[in-house]
Design a protein around this ligand. Structure first.
Ligand code: ADP
Length: 257
Protein backbone atom coordinates (compact mmCIF):
# COMPACT_ATOMS: atom_id res chain seq x y z
CA UNK A 1 0.00 0.00 0.00
CA UNK A 2 1.31 3.46 -0.92
CA UNK A 3 0.31 6.50 1.10
CA UNK A 4 1.23 10.11 0.42
CA UNK A 5 1.55 12.65 3.22
CA UNK A 6 1.73 16.33 2.35
CA UNK A 7 2.61 19.06 4.85
CA UNK A 8 1.64 22.46 3.46
CA UNK A 9 3.53 24.83 5.74
CA UNK A 10 3.85 28.60 5.86
CA UNK A 11 7.25 28.60 4.17
CA UNK A 12 7.75 25.13 2.70
CA UNK A 13 5.71 22.27 1.24
CA UNK A 14 6.85 18.80 2.18
CA UNK A 15 5.78 15.41 0.77
CA UNK A 16 6.54 11.81 1.78
CA UNK A 17 5.49 8.56 0.07
CA UNK A 18 5.37 5.60 2.40
CA UNK A 19 5.14 1.93 1.44
CA UNK A 20 3.08 -0.25 3.79
CA UNK A 21 3.37 2.27 6.62
CA UNK A 22 7.10 1.58 6.98
CA UNK A 23 9.42 2.29 4.10
CA UNK A 24 10.00 5.88 2.95
CA UNK A 25 9.95 5.59 -0.86
CA UNK A 26 10.53 9.29 -1.55
CA UNK A 27 10.51 12.68 0.14
CA UNK A 28 10.74 16.29 -0.97
CA UNK A 29 10.92 19.78 0.50
CA UNK A 30 9.98 22.72 -1.71
CA UNK A 31 10.59 26.24 -0.42
CA UNK A 32 7.44 28.14 -1.39
CA UNK A 33 4.93 30.04 0.69
CA UNK A 34 1.45 28.67 1.26
CA UNK A 35 -1.00 29.43 -1.59
CA UNK A 36 1.60 28.93 -4.34
CA UNK A 37 2.31 25.88 -6.54
CA UNK A 38 4.77 24.58 -3.89
CA UNK A 39 2.54 21.66 -2.96
CA UNK A 40 2.13 20.48 -6.60
CA UNK A 41 5.88 20.69 -7.08
CA UNK A 42 6.54 18.70 -3.88
CA UNK A 43 4.11 15.99 -5.07
CA UNK A 44 5.62 15.92 -8.57
CA UNK A 45 9.06 15.42 -7.04
CA UNK A 46 8.05 12.45 -4.85
CA UNK A 47 6.15 10.77 -7.68
CA UNK A 48 9.20 11.12 -9.91
CA UNK A 49 11.61 9.86 -7.24
CA UNK A 50 9.43 6.84 -6.39
CA UNK A 51 8.50 6.06 -10.01
CA UNK A 52 4.83 5.85 -8.97
CA UNK A 53 1.82 7.35 -10.77
CA UNK A 54 -0.61 9.41 -8.72
CA UNK A 55 -3.44 6.89 -9.46
CA UNK A 56 -1.50 4.14 -7.71
CA UNK A 57 -1.53 5.99 -4.38
CA UNK A 58 -4.00 4.39 -1.96
CA UNK A 59 -4.46 7.40 0.27
CA UNK A 60 -3.45 11.08 0.33
CA UNK A 61 -3.41 12.99 3.62
CA UNK A 62 -2.79 16.73 3.95
CA UNK A 63 -1.59 18.51 7.05
CA UNK A 64 -0.08 21.90 7.90
CA UNK A 65 -1.18 25.49 7.76
CA UNK A 66 -2.53 25.22 4.18
CA UNK A 67 -4.27 21.85 4.48
CA UNK A 68 -7.81 23.21 4.47
CA UNK A 69 -7.51 24.87 1.08
CA UNK A 70 -5.94 21.82 -0.57
CA UNK A 71 -8.60 19.81 -2.36
CA UNK A 72 -6.65 16.75 -3.51
CA UNK A 73 -6.51 14.91 -0.18
CA UNK A 74 -8.64 12.08 1.23
CA UNK A 75 -8.09 13.36 4.77
CA UNK A 76 -6.97 16.59 6.41
CA UNK A 77 -5.28 16.18 9.77
CA UNK A 78 -3.82 18.72 12.21
CA UNK A 79 -0.05 19.13 12.19
CA UNK A 80 0.07 18.45 15.93
CA UNK A 81 -1.22 14.90 15.39
CA UNK A 82 1.04 14.40 12.38
CA UNK A 83 4.22 15.55 14.14
CA UNK A 84 3.35 13.26 17.06
CA UNK A 85 2.87 10.30 14.69
CA UNK A 86 6.02 11.03 12.68
CA UNK A 87 8.29 11.52 15.68
CA UNK A 88 6.89 8.47 17.49
CA UNK A 89 7.53 6.34 14.39
CA UNK A 90 11.22 7.31 14.15
CA UNK A 91 11.92 7.92 17.83
CA UNK A 92 9.46 5.87 19.96
CA UNK A 93 11.19 6.95 23.20
CA UNK A 94 10.34 10.64 22.63
CA UNK A 95 7.97 12.07 25.25
CA UNK A 96 8.44 15.75 24.35
CA UNK A 97 8.49 17.13 20.80
CA UNK A 98 9.72 20.65 20.09
CA UNK A 99 8.54 21.64 16.60
CA UNK A 100 9.84 24.96 15.27
CA UNK A 101 8.55 25.86 11.83
CA UNK A 102 8.66 28.94 9.65
CA UNK A 103 5.88 30.75 11.42
CA UNK A 104 5.20 29.08 14.75
CA UNK A 105 6.63 26.91 17.48
CA UNK A 106 4.84 24.10 19.29
CA UNK A 107 5.78 21.84 22.15
CA UNK A 108 3.94 18.52 22.43
CA UNK A 109 3.85 16.09 25.30
CA UNK A 110 3.44 12.43 24.23
CA UNK A 111 2.51 9.34 26.19
CA UNK A 112 4.29 6.02 25.68
CA UNK A 113 1.90 5.10 22.86
CA UNK A 114 2.92 8.26 21.03
CA UNK A 115 -0.42 9.99 21.64
CA UNK A 116 -0.37 13.71 22.29
CA UNK A 117 -1.55 14.43 25.83
CA UNK A 118 -0.77 18.16 26.03
CA UNK A 119 0.69 20.97 23.92
CA UNK A 120 1.57 24.67 23.92
CA UNK A 121 2.01 26.86 20.89
CA UNK A 122 3.37 30.25 19.90
CA UNK A 123 1.79 31.41 16.65
CA UNK A 124 1.46 35.07 17.60
CA UNK A 125 5.04 36.29 17.52
CA UNK A 126 7.84 35.74 14.98
CA UNK A 127 10.51 35.61 17.70
CA UNK A 128 11.20 31.98 18.54
CA UNK A 129 10.28 30.79 15.04
CA UNK A 130 12.07 30.16 11.73
CA UNK A 131 10.94 33.58 10.58
CA UNK A 132 13.24 35.22 13.14
CA UNK A 133 16.20 33.22 11.80
CA UNK A 134 15.23 33.95 8.16
CA UNK A 135 15.12 37.71 8.85
CA UNK A 136 18.49 37.65 10.64
CA UNK A 137 20.15 35.47 7.98
CA UNK A 138 18.95 37.97 5.41
CA UNK A 139 20.53 40.92 7.30
CA UNK A 140 23.80 39.02 7.62
CA UNK A 141 23.64 37.94 3.94
CA UNK A 142 23.92 34.29 4.93
CA UNK A 143 22.06 31.28 3.60
CA UNK A 144 19.82 29.79 6.31
CA UNK A 145 21.72 26.47 6.08
CA UNK A 146 25.01 28.27 6.98
CA UNK A 147 23.86 29.57 10.36
CA UNK A 148 24.95 26.43 12.22
CA UNK A 149 28.47 26.62 10.74
CA UNK A 150 28.84 30.25 11.84
CA UNK A 151 27.40 29.56 15.31
CA UNK A 152 29.94 26.77 15.82
CA UNK A 153 32.78 29.28 15.33
CA UNK A 154 31.50 31.70 18.02
CA UNK A 155 33.79 32.63 20.90
CA UNK A 156 31.46 34.89 22.84
CA UNK A 157 27.82 34.70 21.68
CA UNK A 158 26.30 38.16 21.39
CA UNK A 159 23.46 38.98 23.75
CA UNK A 160 20.28 39.84 21.86
CA UNK A 161 18.08 41.50 24.43
CA UNK A 162 15.07 42.49 22.30
CA UNK A 163 12.24 40.01 22.38
CA UNK A 164 10.60 41.52 19.30
CA UNK A 165 11.91 40.55 15.84
CA UNK A 166 11.75 44.12 14.54
CA UNK A 167 13.77 45.52 17.48
CA UNK A 168 16.15 42.56 17.42
CA UNK A 169 16.79 43.33 13.74
CA UNK A 170 17.94 46.88 14.68
CA UNK A 171 19.99 45.44 17.54
CA UNK A 172 21.82 43.04 15.21
CA UNK A 173 22.51 45.85 12.73
CA UNK A 174 23.91 48.05 15.55
CA UNK A 175 26.10 45.23 16.88
CA UNK A 176 27.35 44.53 13.35
CA UNK A 177 28.25 48.21 12.95
CA UNK A 178 30.00 48.13 16.35
CA UNK A 179 32.27 45.32 15.13
CA UNK A 180 30.71 42.18 16.64
CA UNK A 181 31.78 39.23 14.51
CA UNK A 182 29.27 37.24 12.44
CA UNK A 183 29.82 33.95 14.36
CA UNK A 184 29.12 35.63 17.73
CA UNK A 185 26.04 37.35 16.30
CA UNK A 186 24.70 34.12 14.77
CA UNK A 187 25.27 32.21 18.02
CA UNK A 188 23.37 34.96 19.88
CA UNK A 189 20.53 34.76 17.35
CA UNK A 190 20.28 30.95 17.74
CA UNK A 191 20.40 31.36 21.51
CA UNK A 192 17.55 33.87 21.37
CA UNK A 193 15.30 31.37 19.55
CA UNK A 194 16.25 28.60 21.97
CA UNK A 195 15.54 30.78 25.02
CA UNK A 196 12.07 31.72 23.77
CA UNK A 197 11.07 28.19 22.82
CA UNK A 198 12.57 26.70 25.98
CA UNK A 199 10.31 28.91 28.10
CA UNK A 200 7.35 27.65 26.04
CA UNK A 201 8.54 24.08 26.60
CA UNK A 202 8.76 24.55 30.36
CA UNK A 203 5.06 25.47 30.36
CA UNK A 204 4.11 22.05 29.03
CA UNK A 205 6.76 20.29 31.16
CA UNK A 206 9.88 18.57 29.88
CA UNK A 207 9.80 14.80 29.87
CA UNK A 208 12.73 12.93 28.34
CA UNK A 209 13.47 11.96 25.69
CA UNK A 210 13.16 15.29 23.91
CA UNK A 211 13.07 15.36 20.10
CA UNK A 212 13.05 18.33 17.76
CA UNK A 213 11.08 18.52 14.51
CA UNK A 214 10.39 21.23 11.92
CA UNK A 215 12.83 23.06 9.67
CA UNK A 216 14.62 24.89 12.50
CA UNK A 217 15.68 21.53 13.98
CA UNK A 218 18.13 21.32 11.08
CA UNK A 219 20.10 24.16 12.66
CA UNK A 220 22.64 22.64 15.09
CA UNK A 221 23.22 26.11 16.58
CA UNK A 222 19.62 26.16 17.85
CA UNK A 223 19.74 22.50 18.91
CA UNK A 224 22.91 23.04 20.96
CA UNK A 225 21.53 26.18 22.59
CA UNK A 226 18.29 24.32 23.38
CA UNK A 227 20.22 21.47 25.03
CA UNK A 228 21.99 23.97 27.28
CA UNK A 229 18.76 25.86 28.07
CA UNK A 230 16.83 22.73 29.01
CA UNK A 231 19.72 20.64 30.35
CA UNK A 232 18.70 17.61 28.27
CA UNK A 233 19.99 15.83 25.18
CA UNK A 234 17.96 16.64 22.09
CA UNK A 235 17.16 13.76 19.75
CA UNK A 236 17.51 14.83 16.14
CA UNK A 237 16.62 12.84 13.03
CA UNK A 238 17.68 13.98 9.54
CA UNK A 239 13.99 13.80 8.55
CA UNK A 240 13.10 16.42 11.21
CA UNK A 241 11.60 18.86 8.70
CA UNK A 242 9.58 16.02 7.13
CA UNK A 243 7.99 14.74 10.38
CA UNK A 244 4.59 16.31 9.61
CA UNK A 245 4.47 14.82 6.10
CA UNK A 246 5.67 11.47 7.42
CA UNK A 247 2.99 11.54 10.13
CA UNK A 248 0.36 12.33 7.48
CA UNK A 249 1.49 9.35 5.38
CA UNK A 250 1.36 7.15 8.52
CA UNK A 251 -2.15 8.41 9.28
CA UNK A 252 -3.16 7.44 5.73
CA UNK A 253 -1.80 3.95 6.27
CA UNK A 254 -3.71 3.53 9.55
CA UNK A 255 -6.95 4.70 7.91
CA UNK A 256 -6.71 2.70 4.70
CA UNK A 257 -5.14 -0.56 5.70
P1 ADP B 1 6.66 25.45 7.83
O1 ADP B 1 6.13 24.06 7.98
O2 ADP B 1 6.01 26.45 8.73
O3 ADP B 1 6.68 25.91 6.41
P2 ADP B 1 9.31 24.34 8.28
O4 ADP B 1 9.11 23.33 9.37
O5 ADP B 1 9.47 23.82 6.90
O6 ADP B 1 8.15 25.44 8.34
O7 ADP B 1 10.56 25.24 8.70
C1 ADP B 1 10.94 26.34 7.94
C2 ADP B 1 12.08 27.02 8.64
O8 ADP B 1 13.19 26.11 8.73
C3 ADP B 1 12.62 28.21 7.88
O9 ADP B 1 11.94 29.37 8.30
C4 ADP B 1 14.11 28.20 8.22
O10 ADP B 1 14.35 29.09 9.30
C5 ADP B 1 14.42 26.79 8.67
N1 ADP B 1 15.27 26.04 7.72
C6 ADP B 1 14.91 25.60 6.51
N2 ADP B 1 15.93 24.95 5.91
C7 ADP B 1 16.97 24.95 6.77
C8 ADP B 1 18.31 24.46 6.74
N3 ADP B 1 18.81 23.80 5.69
N4 ADP B 1 19.09 24.67 7.82
C9 ADP B 1 18.61 25.33 8.89
N5 ADP B 1 17.36 25.82 8.98
C10 ADP B 1 16.55 25.65 7.95
Amino acid sequence: MYTLGIDIGSTTSKAVILKDGQEVMASSIVVATVGTDGVSRAIEEVLKESGLARETLDCVVATGYGRQTYEGADYQVSELSCHALGVHHLCPEARTVIDIGGQDAKVLSLNDQGRMVNFVMNDKCAAGTGRFLDVMANILKLDISCLEVEAAKAEKPAGISSTCTVFAESEVISQLAAGTGIPDLVAGICQSVATRVASLARRVGIKEQVAMSGGVARNAGVRDAMEKELGVTIRYHPMAQLMGALGAALYGFQKCR
